[in-house]
Design a protein around this ligand. Structure first.
Ligand code: SF4
Ligand code: SF4
Ligand code: FES
Length: 250
């Protein structure tokens, strides 16, 4: 069965734009990305949208649907009533290039700042890891880098001036993943999270967790444990004493 849906899609570029109304056919089983493709094919050949897999795995088709950060390819049309108007806009936290395509290079810059995995002083073949340690960081490896969490985080969403000091939830889970890695030889991941990634600016509202399409428990499993590590290193009297007598880094 098909019906005609009302869509409002943001059209424009870095110099400005507006919401444009469309009426477009919807068929059973379709997702919002199907409708955007039908708009391109039938009414607006120059509508810009970024996508690759249409399977929720490449993280390219991130946008905002009725104001909520979502993947266009994983949002079923059946979640809306036939009467409602569906608004599709680009990610608000990043500069618009054109229509639904934004410049997400902020995220790549933050990724580059994180010190890489540091292998231990062991010969190849001597690495040993417990299964439980593998499982702990496995959850974070599911990240598809859609940056929906980065888009929704209120620390940067409406505060461009915070971007320099705050890495955002996606990169705080990367810090946690490396910190929890039993073979990572660096002992300053928590210091980096505090000094360079601005973990103190996160007030654990969990908005990032709510929008993650991979259902990663960003706040509970990554950010809160990292905050505890940061607090422990800063205020634990034993850490302080160790620092003073040169046993470990502060
Ligand atoms: S929990 Fe922290 S990182 Fe996540 S959205 Fe809230 S402030 Fe941002
Ligand atoms: S943590 Fe989740 S929401 Fe954030 S970039 Fe990765 S998959 Fe997307
Ligand atoms: S097109 Fe790949 S996640 Fe949507």
């Amino acid at each position: 069965m098909s019906y005609d849906a009302r869509f409002r899609v943001w059209r424009g570029d870095a110099d400005g734009g507006e919401l444009v109304d469309y009426t477009v056919e919807v068929n059973d089983g379709e997702v919002v990305l199907d409708i955007i493709h039908r708009l391109q094919a039938t009414q607006s050949g120059d509508l810009a949208v970024r996508w690759n897999c249409k399977a929720g795995k490449c993280g390219s088709c991130s946008a905002e649907i009725n104001g909520m950060p979502r993947l266009l390819c994983m949002t079923r049309m059946s979640t809306f009533t036939e009467a409602e108007t569906i608004t599709v806009t680009p990610l608000r936290a990043f500069p618009v290039i054109r229509d639904l395509v934004t410049d997400v290079s902020f995220n790549y810059a933050k990724a580059r700042q994180i010190p890489a995995f540091a292998p231990p002083d062991l010969a190849p073949g001597e690495y040993r890891m417990q299964q439980v340690d593998v499982e702990r960081s496995q959850e974070f490896r599911k990240c598809i880098e859609c940056f929906l969490c980065q888009d929704t985080c209120h620390v940067v969403r409406d505060h461009e001036d915070n971007k320099e000091a705050f890495a955002g939830p996606r990169f705080l889970i990367r810090a946690a993943e490396l910190d929890m890695h039993p073979l990572d030889a660096r002992d300053d991941r928590a210091d980096f999270a505090r000094e360079e990634q601005g973990i103190g600016m996160c007030n654990i509202t969990k908005c990032c967790t709510e929008v993650c399409p991979e259902h990663i428990k960003i706040t509970d499993n990554a950010i809160i444990p990292m905050k505890e590590r940061v607090a422990g290193r800063r205020y634990d009297p034993l850490v302080w004493l160790g620092t003073k007598i040169g046993l470990r880094r502060g």
